[in-house]
Design a protein around this ligand. Structure first.
Ligand code: NAD
Ligand code: UGA
Length: 464
């Protein structure tokens, strides 16, 4: 079966870049990305490529090449479903905020809505692809909804989790370590798998396209994120020990990373991992383990989250204790709000919790981030519901310029590892600060020797 028409439901951080690359690499396939969020679709269609709703290096070029040729963004979901022979579901699957599994389980209501809409609209056979990250065995729920329409349409369900990381999405999509496709072991299931393999084979070498059963594919996605997050929590745990013992966490990372069994990637100590997925997916994993009665398995993975929360908390505690145990009325400048560099995404960013803790101590926080807009920062804080919206706007200010942001402040805290922070005129920053002037480098990116020579008092994660 040759795929000619793809629909993707969900034009977010995954659906947008992923399908833009599919369209770029498969000019003979029409790709339509749909979303209920009309503003988001309008932004994807904006003539000005700087206004795309997702900032990713290189994404503008991909969109420029394919948009209007075989890549389309639309709010007409029914039409796109009707025309497609393959439908990707790439909607959000956040942690549940209500009812059973609150704070742990994945909220699958958006997934179910998509399945129901597909069931209602479809008149011809379709392959439905889970692109969103889902609890293991979700495909059986989707199948149940799709197969009970009584309209004679046949559906095949595949799992094709996405492994891209934000900030490097385009590179990750063009050159993936692997593409994972899970499907039914039946003949029809294998044909559906092959149809999707053929799409990716347009640019991904065959040996990197891995096919499995549906459950292995669904669970592999949660497992991959759990392992990655666990590495960060492990090195962050060691960073605290380094600070006490006089070891240097960068040297420890390097030393262990040279062991080929351990590997050097994902061993950078930080103020804590953020992002929309690590925490959500591990909580989901913990919940799934608990529902199977596997409490030891659940406890094991939960520690990764506990460690991460501790790391964020201890960073803000360190700021308070270093500033003579009070930050009340003091201006503290945040460099960075995004959860990592090269993205405008702030979901679960460590900056949010660190800011919230400092605002609780009545600090005045001033933020500069090269890509995150002011409204986003306030929305992140308001969402916590710790204080009134007016109070958040009074205590936290946002600047478009790092020098302006740091003027008259008592301390600078680096929350995101944006490259530009390394090359600032730190003498100028120092001159305009209260003394003693402190720097808290939560990302270990600054040249501390240089800063000390200027006169700064410095703290770096993982260094005594
Ligand atoms: P997102 O919130 O950026 O985008 C989801 C989009 O789906 C939103 O624009 C929303 O309006 C739309 N949507 C929701 N319900 C809809 C419906 N019924 N019909 C049409 N549109 C609907 O989310 P995201 O970051 O793209 O993540 C999507 C999924 O991919 C999640 O399951 C996530 O875990 C997974 N994932 C994310 C990343 C990442 O880096 N962000 C990486 C790999 C996997
Ligand atoms: C992560 C995974 O890397 C992707 O494979 C996965 O597809 C994605 O989650 C997802 O499912 O959403 P992402 O969250 O975009 O991607 O970014 P990462 O590069 O993994 O960084 C996550 C967080 O960990 C960031 O806050 C980052 O600063 C932090 N981190 C990462 C560290 O603190 N140290 C490291 O060594 C690596």
């Amino acid at each position: 079966m040759k795929i000619k028409n793809i629909c993707c439901i969900g034009a977010g951080y995954v659906g947008g870049p992923t399908m833009a690359v599919v369209a770029q690499k498969c000019p003979n396939i029409k790709v339509t990305i749909v979303d209920i969020n009309a503003a988001r679709i309008a932004a994807w269609n904006d003539e000005d490529l700087n206004k795309l709703p997702v900032f990713e290096p290189g994404l503008d070029e991909v969109v420029k090449e394919a948009r209007g040729r075989n890549l389309f963004f639309s709010t007409d979901i029914d039409k796109a479903i009707d025309e497609a022979d393959m439908i990707f579901i790439s909607v959000n699957t956040p942690t549940k905020t209500y009812g059973k599994g609150k704070g742990m389980a994945a909220d699958l209501k958006y997934i179910e809505l998509c399945a129901r809409q597909i069931a209602q609209v479809s008149k011809t056979d379709k392959i439905v692809v889970e692109k969103s990250t889902l609890p293991v065995r979700t495909a059986s729920a989707i199948k149940n909804i799709l197969e009970n329409t009584g309209n004679g349409v046949n559906f095949q369900i595949l799992s094709n989790p996405e492994f891209l990381a934000e900030g490097t999405a385009v590179q990750d999509l063009l050159n993936p370590d692997r593409v994972l496709i899970g499907g039914d072991t039946t003949e029809a299931g294998q044909k559906a798998i092959q149809a999707l393999v053929d799409v990716y084979a347009n640019w991904v070498p065959n040996e990197r396209i891995l096919t499995t059963n549906v459950w292995s594919s669904e669970l592999s996605k949660l497992t991959a994120n759990a392992f990655l997050a666990q590495r960060v929590s492990s090195i962050n745990a060691m960073s605290e020990l380094c600070e006490k013992s006089g070891a240097d966490v960068n040297e420890v990372s390097k030393a262990i990373g040279m062991d080929s069994r351990i590997g050097s990637k994902f061993l950078k100590a930080s103020v804590g991992f953020g992002g929309s997925c690590f925490q959500k997916d591990i909580l989901n994993l913990v919940y799934i383990a608990k529902t199977y009665g596997l409490t030891k398995v659940a406890d094991y993975w939960e520690q990764v989250i506990i460690m991460n929360n501790h790391q964020k908390q201890r960073f803000s505690d360190k700021i308070v204790s270093t500033l003579f145990n009070t930050v009340s009325g003091k201006k503290i400048t945040f460099l960075g709000w995004a959860f990592k560099k090269d993205t405008n995404d702030t979901r679960e960013s460590a900056a949010i919790m660190v800011a919230d803790n400092l605002l609780n101590e009545q600090a005045k926080v001033s933020v500069y981030d090269p890509k995150v807009i002011e409204e986003r920062m306030y929305a992140d804080l308001d969402y916590l519901n710790t204080r009134t919206e007016a109070k958040n706007r009074e205590l936290l200010t946002v600047s478009q310029d790092p020098y302006e942001a740091s003027k008259d402040s008592h301390a600078i805290a680096v929350l995101t590892e944006w490259d530009e922070f390394k090359t600032y005129d730190w003498q100028k920053i120092y001159d305009n600060m209260h003394k003693p002037a402190f720097v808290f480098d939560g990302r270990g990116i600054l040249d501390v020797a240089h800063l000390r020579s200027i006169g700064f008092e410095c703290y770096t994660i993982g260094k005594g």
